[in-house]
Design a protein around this ligand. Sequence first.
Ligand code: FAD
Ligand code: NAI
Length: 479
Amino acid sequence: MSTEKQFDVVVIGGGPGGYVAAIRAAQLGFKTACIDEWQNTKGGPALGGTCTNVGCIPSKALLQSSEHFEHAGHAFKEHGINVSGLELDLAQMLKRKDGVVKANNDGIVYLFKKNKVTFFHGRGTFAGKAEGDGGYTINVSGPSTDSITAKNVIVATGSNARELPGAEFDEKLILSNTGALAIDGVPARLGVIGAGVIGLEMGSVWRRLGAQVTVLEGLPTFLGAVDQQIAKEAHKAFVKQGLAIHLGVKIGSITKGANDVTVEYADATGAAQTVTFDRLIVSIGRVPNTNGLGVETVGLQLDERGFIGVDGECRTNLPGVWAVGDVVRGPMLAHKAEEEGVAVAERIAGQHGHVNFDTIPWVIYTSPEIAWVGKTEEQLKAAGVAYKAGSFPFMANGRARALGDTTGMVKVIADATTDEILGVHMVGPVVSELISEAVVAMEFKAAAEDIARICHAHPTLSEATKEAALAVDKRSLNF
Ligand code: FAD
Ligand code: NAI
């Protein structure tokens, strides 16, 4: 094999885990390639994976556009701005979203050129051990065909939406995240199965644009992983906005008509219910993607749930083969994938790459937004940890009043003895940005008193975090 086809590091998958790993490996001086099979509508490459193409980026573009629409229709009036003749141009909204996606796709192509990462457009498949100590041979098939070798392989092949048996995605009536981001007319009746992150974000988009949205959730608790005081506040806000959320349901049959879908389910009391929707989004979690990767050829081990088996440092059972992101255990979040990608590149270089799983922030980009880091009150109670909690409502925050968005609160939880911050939980305006302060504080093992004593600009939403930290010691100044 010619030396131009021999690499130090090959990354399979160009989502946030893979493309960031490739850039970091190249920065560290490795001859690096990245293989990604995603195709845009013209058959060209579309780097960025699920996140850029059908995940984080397009969903946030539509959340932003739909929020503008809702504000223009409702919230502006209170500010003394009367809008008449408000019209929805959904085609333009979707076109703008596609433009935002393309800008991100192109940005990664530019970053690969800048960092001298060689890109192969196609599916990467393990073909076996390379001769000598050359590592592994990987075949590329699809838009481009090739065969390359690498001593170190980073697998970052991501995840796919989980299907409900008997209700396969057709992306016309029964939609995964892909179809949910591209409905070409606002459905009058939209059904959503699963009140998780996608269900709430996409349900919010289409409700704001005029759909009657019904969310059917299997568990009896709303957002069970979220601190329950925060989850209750969010639930109240979503119901007030008009989302119909039914908890504790058991889905029965799902039947497609010519233009609609009928769902039979048992409600929380066990009573049989039948409801017909114009579109149905199924958002019940995601499954790891190892399709066509050739795991059997080289003996790459999967765990019992189909994830690639890795240790705490993303090493697989094969020497020189690593795996990161949605295809391995842990939260399915773009920033988690990126941190693992960087850490693995650094470990290959003999450095001490590190990911702190205890300080990975979560954000749900609804309105109000929900964000948290660290432990919930429920988790601390279950673990028998003594803690003290302080909270501060946005209702008492001057900037929130000026914004006209006073829903929600910030809550800080600290160790009862040492005052170290154990968790910070937020529901309210722009808390996706506010949570970073809490992450930094926890990384530096700050006490609640540290945040309470730090000067925060006035008037800002971040003062709510300072006040919640003061409230841990029962000395809020503004509430
Ligand atoms: P992916 O992004 O799935 O990328 C994997 C890539 O590998 C894909 O391009 C795929 O085509 C390619 N591939 C797979 N197999 C092969 C192969 N054999 N050869 C070549 N290429 C291959 N997370 C957040 O943190 N914030 C959010 O706001 C957010 N919003 C989301 C909204 C939605 C609707 C969805 C569905 C997800 C969202 N996520 C969000 C989750 C986030 O998208 C994932 O956690 C993230 O994309 C995982 O990155 P990854 O690199 O592991 O995999
Ligand atoms: P999810 O795990 O967030 O939620 C799935 C929901 O479906 C759960 O509440 C679950 O109890 C419910 N459910 C499962 N099976 C069911 C059934 N048979 N009937 C009724 N309800 C059922 O998964 P989701 O929303 O599909 O998203 C997948 C992942 O993508 C998320 O976990 C997250 O990691 C990532 N994501 C992150 C975002 C962000 O960071 N803002 C946005 C969107 C997705």
